[in-house]
Write a protein that binds this ligand. Sequence first.
Ligand code: UDP
Length: 338
Amino acid sequence: MRVLVTGGAGFIGSHTTLSLLEQGHDVLVVDDLSNSSEESLRRVAELAGREPGFVKANVRDEQALDAAFADFKPEAVIHFAGWKAVGESTQIPLVYYRENVGSTITLLETMAKHDCHTIVFSSSATVYGELSEPPFVEDAPTGATNPYGRTKHMVEQILTDVAAADPQLRVGILRYFNPIGAHESGRIGEDPKGIPNNLLPFVAQVAAGRREKLMVFGDDYPTPDGTGTRDYIHVVDLAAGHLAALDYLGNNDGCHVWNLGTGKPNSVLEVVHAFEAASGVEIPYEIVARRPGDVASSYANVDRAHQELGWRAEKSVADACADTYRWQSANPNGFGEG
Ligand code: UDP
């Protein structure tokens, strides 16, 4: 199948592009490289033994997108491109609405114009907010507590409305829990710019000596060890979930929502200890105040993805720590060198 992948040079996009190429699909990546590097695509090509096409453009660029669709004639789209920092989204909300919501509207209009009727969208478990208790099922009430989360929630609603209006459209909404890890080759992985917001990249940089210690945001949550618990899912498992969703949409129309997680919560300290075991490096940490906006616990009910997609996460947090450490050690400056 010909699959157009927006944001395909980023962390989850690059791993999914690799899986698509490995499964024999043709891929065109559309990415403006605002938070990613073309080097990731060179390495994807090296691992896959063949190249994805690449257009450097923002998804809101109607002309560039139109030309890409006219040229590549995609049969399906996977839409990763977007801004994703919660804190930043509270400072510059309009950029988030423009880049995340505006881009999706342009993409859907361009798809309709070019007779492309299948889209898989990167959503987030953040849409469960604090409206119910984990494990979250897909039918739980949704909402969001910050502009980033609201953009994901709005795009889910837009996709639902557009699918209701157009019976030809096939939509898969994937709600990611906490993606971690790297490809086992150590050639591609997560390359955050500046100080990482997320736990695993921060821990990896402490292990590499780039940061002195981890700040653990609170140890007084109602969890077994008091630190927050999350559902950490290996990025290679996540990539496989996208292929399973595409397969499903090949045989089923309508709009569908699936959680992609492991179904198992792990605490911050469990992740720290798993990383220490995988790397042999001690991770100094300090318990500090809770981070505003954090919930105590978030993890998935994964029954629907298993039943409908035949998909399940296979890799463990230990695997992800080993892969992250391999990637970090071989590429101390991410895609910037090596
Ligand atoms: N966390 C932490 N220190 C950090 C980054 C994260 O203690 O430097 C904790 C955070 O409070 C949460 C978990 O690690 O309990 C996962 O946070 P992350 O930002 O990776 O993902 P989130 O679930 O917030 O999207």
